[in-house]
Design a protein around this ligand. Structure first.
Ligand code: ZN
Length: 460
């Protein structure tokens, strides 16, 4: 909170000189410790342009015109928002070692962009407080606390608006970032309160509690890719689906189809409420991925889900991806052969997973060079397991790491080099092996799948 105010003061001290609007749009910057050679600018899922870093790690985007609104820029693997308007000249400086914390915008619309960024950062801190201290509170007290946080941010926004005369659209996006951030806590509250206090049932909230719902929009194209808005929608639809089921389904939720049943409620709530096509498609996709990836439901339940999905969202822009995920899961059920994906050995020979797993019991685990603490923990676990379970072959599959780096990491890992392989086609491998979460492992016996959804930290 203190950090937030401080930054706002610094902005005002530094930003009082007004910056002239140009007849082009310039977005440029400098990246300290770059993690890739490019910066990509996107609007929603659409790539607008990409720029290569020059010898001094600077990049420039220049356009004759852009649609006013919210964009994302991506310097792999990180993402952040940038709000651009016709005539803007905006500079950004960042250090990839402290990505979000190091970002500073300067130029036209700097106040708005720095404000959006600070909202995002304070949000991370506030969420801890809400989680630890506020969910315990009774509903009126909780609402008061949340409303106060929201009003404080709106006050700051109003000050910025008076100083820098934001456009109507810019103000609306900044206000929505604030509103939906705090509305999300209210959607989650009944469930978190029950969980924290180990209560038996949910409180019945009075109508006032959900009063803010009359202000929400299901049809605002400009907000579809705004993170607080999208997160709100997910919590809100979860809440509505739960309440619908509780009031209209009696005991159906107790059956073996519980998760299928609940997720089908979600599909129907989205179908009945959400108008804007991209938001609808993204929310539908989110339900499909949540259900298919996390529930590990039976193949027949998965089939029922997909059939329902196609009925409500057959024209979904992500339909191919969802059908591939469904197929991927169906193909790695027990007793199916492990997908015959080619990988590279440390001697640069190409072999398939089927060949590696033939005539023995094998456990495939996965890692990438970009997540150091993750792979260090996995290696520790694998070394331990290789001793206690010598009858099993533990085989590491690496992704998205350049070859030299991969070899350097495994050489100093203490692992058996003959059991290390590298996948050179990340897309194919994740799609066919459904690698989620990253701690998952696949157990095979003579190249036939025993369990494709086990976890390297599970008991063997
Ligand atoms: Zn129900």
């Amino acid at each position: 909170m203190k950090k937030f105010l401080l930054l706002v003061i610094v902005i005002f001290a530094a930003g009082c000189t007004s910056i002239e609007k140009k007849d082009y749009v310039l977005f440029a910057g400098e990246i300290v410790n770059p993690s890739s050679d490019y910066v990509v600018l996107l609007k929603g899922t659409k790539v607008i342009d990409s720029a290569r870093l020059d010898g001094t790690n600077r990049f420039t985007f220049k356009f004759n015109s852009v649609e006013d609104g919210l964009y994302h820029f991506n310097h792999a693997p990180e993402f952040q928002y940038v709000y651009l308007e016709q005539g803007d000249s905006l500079m950004v400086r960042l250090n990839t070692l402290y990505f979000d914390e190091s970002l500073v915008f300067s130029g036209s619309n700097e106040n708005l962009n720095n404000f959006l960024l600070e909202l995002f950062l304070t949000q991370e801190e506030e969420e801890q407080t809400v989680r630890k201290e506020y969910y315990n509170l009774e509903s009126t007290e909780f609402t008061d606390k949340i409303n106060k946080l929201r009003r404080d941010k709106l006050k700051t926004l109003n000050v910025i608006n008076e100083e820098s005369k934001l456009s109507e659209k810019a103000f609306r996006i900044a206000k929505a970032s604030i509103d939906y951030t705090y509305y999300t806590y209210l959607e989650i509250y009944p469930f978190e309160h029950k969980r924290k206090l180990s209560e038996h049932g949910l409180h019945d909230m009075d109508a006032n509690f959900y009063g803010y719902r009359q202000n929400i929009s299901y049809n605002d194209t400009e907000l579809s890719y705004l993170r607080p808005y999208y997160d709100f929608m997910k919590s809100h639809l979860g809440n509505l689906s739960y309440m619908t089921c509780k009031h209209s389904c009696k005991d159906s939720a107790a059956s073996t189809k519980k998760q299928l049943h609940f997720n089908i409620h979600k599909l129907h709530v989205i179908d009945s409420l959400v108008v804007e096509k991209e938001l609808r498609d993204n929310l539908f996709r989110n339900v499909a991925f949540d259900y298919l990836l996390k529930e590990h439901d039976s193949p027949s339940n998965n089939k029922m889900f997909l059939d329902d999905f196609v009925t409500v969202s057959g024209n979904n822009m992500h339909i191919k991806e969802i059908e591939e995920l469904y197929e991927g899961i169906r193909n790695i059920q027990p007793n199916n052969p492990i997908p015959s994906i080619p990988v590279l050995s440390v001697n640069d020979e190409s072999v398939t997973l089927t060949e590696i797993a033939r005539s023995k019991k094998t456990v495939f685990y996965f890692w990438t060079g970009t997540n150091k603490s993750h792979y260090q923990n996995i290696f520790k676990r694998v070394i331990q397991l290789s001793k206690s379970k010598p009858e099993l072959d533990f085989v590491g599959i690496n992704f998205q790491t350049d070859k030299a780096n991969w070899k350097r990491i495994i050489e100093s890992s203490g692992l058996d080099m003959d059991k290390q392989f590298k996948s050179e086609n990340f897309e194919e491998a994740t799609q066919k092996l459904v690698i989620y979460p990253m701690n998952k492992c696949i157990i095979t016996d003579d190249a036939l799948i025993v369990d494709a959804f086990s976890n390297i930290y599970a008991k063997f």
